[in-house]
Design a protein around this ligand. Structure first.
Ligand SMILES: [Zn+2]
Length: 231
């Protein structure tokens, strides 16, 4: 970090001390996760001990899902909202930490490591990426890579601009909204590989299931998914 940046951070912290985005307690950079979450709130998050088996819509393959937290938890919901919509992308570090602990706790980690899964972030459409400035799934995948040593294989491209899934209530409409929204960057890298799709949250699952469908259609061996939380 250069000196100007350090001075700027110091002034900013003095004038506007950072607060824990969950309990609003005053934070110091050293005693917090990414300057946004206090240790107490972080350690109060309950990690799911088991993984989930999600049935596919229609004839598709069922999906194994590792989700670190329960989206019913208010803290988890607030954190994910800040991560996704309020620019707190540094939350990807504690999130990646929680995901790794969940993978170990649920027993998925041995399988993922042995079968050499590669991480694939869920892409945003380029217009949404431009608007938001970052893709939360991609940042999360990079931090999981650092902690796990798994490689990233960024094969998915979002070619169709879809409505925000959060704006659509009906499950079938959500499925229709994302149908055909992904294409591959290069078919040759998919066949025979095992993929772990990375996203922030699993709600109806329509987006992740569509990503899995495209990967299977192009010869992927096994596809599983991992998220910070599941609704
Ligand atoms: Zn807190």
């Amino acid at each position: 970090m250069n000196r100007l940046r350090a001075i700027y951070d110091f002034l900013l912290d003095t004038l506007f001390p950072p607060l824990c985005i969950s309990c609003r307690a005053q934070l110091s950079r050293e005693k917090s996760f990414s300057g946004v979450l206090c240790f107490d709130c972080f350690s109060s998050l309950e990690i799911n001990a088991g993984f989930f088996r999600i049935a596919a819509h229609g004839k598709g393959n069922p999906l194994i899902l590792g989700a670190a937290l329960n989206y019913q938890s208010e803290t988890a919901r607030n954190l994910i909202h800040s991560f996704k919509y309020e620019g707190y992308y540094s939350l990807s570090k504690p999130f990646a930490n929680l995901i790794m602990r969940h993978l170990r706790l649920s027993g998925l980690w041995n399988f993922v490591k042995k079968e050499k899964f590669v991480l694939v972030p869920v892409p945003l459409h380029r217009s949404r990426l431009k608007y938001r400035g970052y893709n939360q799934s991609e940042i999360l995948a990079k931090d999981i890579r650092i902690l796990s040593g798994l490689e990233i294989c960024d094969v998915l491209v979002r070619k169709k601009k879809t409505k925000e899934q959060a704006e659509i209530k009906d499950k079938n409409d959500r499925l229709k909204n994302v149908r055909g929204c992904f294409v591959l960057r290069g078919k040759e890298v998919v066949a025979g590989k095992n993929f772990m799709i990375v996203d922030d949250v699993f709600t109806s699952g329509a987006t992740i299931m569509e990503a899995a469908r495209i990967l299977y259609k192009n010869g992927a061996k096994k596809v599983i998914a991992v998220t910070v939380a599941k609704a």
